[in-house]
Design a protein around this ligand. Structure first.
Ligand code: ADP
Ligand code: MG
Length: 330
């Protein structure tokens, strides 16, 4: 499973906060040049993993090798090989864009020439060239995120770590941030990111690990994860779910069946366009009235539900939803 071109190799990583087992024997490998995502709900253990890998938390248990450097014996060498973008913004509001990058380069011992060249390159990459002498406090949320990405890249890291890179950004800004991350990845930087956004993991990643309660419950390429659920999903409303379910359970070409909202969601193991008429015939023969029907390809949401038994957006069900505009951090 792991090979010589692995940039990150993690075996049996476990982390406790007192009695709380936040990360439970997690193993995975990230190959050179990949975008690899940890996808999971709040509290799954994503930040804990990324904080251990980036040396912000001590390595309690397990083996971690990053860019060929052993984390336990050589945390300083690991630090030299990585860039980090944190979940919360850590920019100094009273510095300019260029000063922020310049300062970071100096902190990491880059020469004056290197710093100048790298600042020029990076403000171009994240399209902040026109803002280079603007104070951070006058930047939009999306610009700040781009600047943090640029800062993470100042030292030409082998791997860039990002914890929830687009949390709290509006959809348009999120999509642009993805474009910058793709550009960074095309430059050759391996990317490890955490997210609780299905679309982010789906669109950005070469591979995804789904993490829930501190454990990896599924891992693979986005398409492979989706295809593994069966070819298509059929959603049915009948008003008689019990009887409909019995028919579906007996039908050939039907995989798993579960309740979703008012109706039933079934995976089919053959082409849905051909299975659907057979399902309808079988329901009709049993006298089960079908009031609504829909067919779709599995989405990353379906993958998540399949492996965790619940929808990510159902998180905190039973509690009132947060008022609009307060759901994410600004
Ligand atoms: P995520 O980033 O996926 O939301 P975290 O890694 O932040 O999850 O948290 C995993 C679990 O560990 C949660 O139950 C969280 O409350 C707990 N936790 C995280 N940091 C600390 C800490 N410093 N002290 C105690 N518990 C913590
Ligand atoms: Mg987190």
């Amino acid at each position: 499973m792991s090979g010589d071109d692995d940039v990150i190799r993690v075996e049996g990583l476990t982390h406790r906060f007192g009695d709380l087992l936040a990360v439970d024997s997690v193993s995975f490998a990230v190959r050179a040049g990949e975008v690899f995502s940890f996808l999971g709900p709040n509290g799954a253990g994503k930040s804990t993993v990324i904080n251990v890998l980036t040396t912000l938390l001590p390595l309690q248990d397990g083996e971690v090798v990053i860019a060929g450097r052993d984390l336990r014996s050589n945390p300083d060498r690991v630090r030299e090989a990585i860039g980090i973008v944190f979940q919360e913004t850590t920019l100094d509001r009273d510095m300019t864009v260029a000063e922020t990058l310049e300062f970071h380069g100096r902190l990491y011992g880059l020469s004056r020439e290197e710093r100048r060249a790298r600042v020029d390159e990076l403000v171009t990459l994240v399209e902040l060239g026109a803002k280079r002498n603007i104070l951070i406090k006058h930047l939009s949320g999306g610009m700040k995120r781009r600047l943090e990405i640029a800062r993470g890249l100042m030292t030409r890291p082998t791997v860039l770590f990002l914890d929830e890179p687009t949390i709290g950004l509006d959809p348009q800004t999120r999509a642009r941030t993805w474009d910058y991350l793709k550009a960074v990845n095309r430059e050759g930087t391996t990317i490890f990111l955490t997210t609780h956004y299905m679309d982010e993991a789906d669109q950005l990643s070469d591979r995804i690990a789904i993490i829930d309660h501190g454990r990896i419950v599924a891992e693979g390429r986005p398409d492979a994860l989706k295809n593994a659920l069966g070819r298509d999903l059929v959603y049915l409303e009948t008003g008689e779910n019990g009887r409909a379910r019995a028919v579906l359970d007996r039908a050939p070409d039907v995989g798993s069946v579960r309740e979703k909202g008012e109706g039933l969601l079934a995976t089919v193991t053959d082409d849905g366009t051909r299975v659907l008429p057979r399902i309808l015939d079988a329901l009709h023969a049993e006298g089960v009235p079908v009031t609504a029907i829909n067919m779709k390809k599995p989405s990353m949401d379906d993958v998540f539900i399949h492996h965790t038994g619940r929808a990510l957006r159902d998180e905190g069900a039973g509690k009132p939803a947060p008022p609009p505009g307060r759901a994410g951090r600004r």
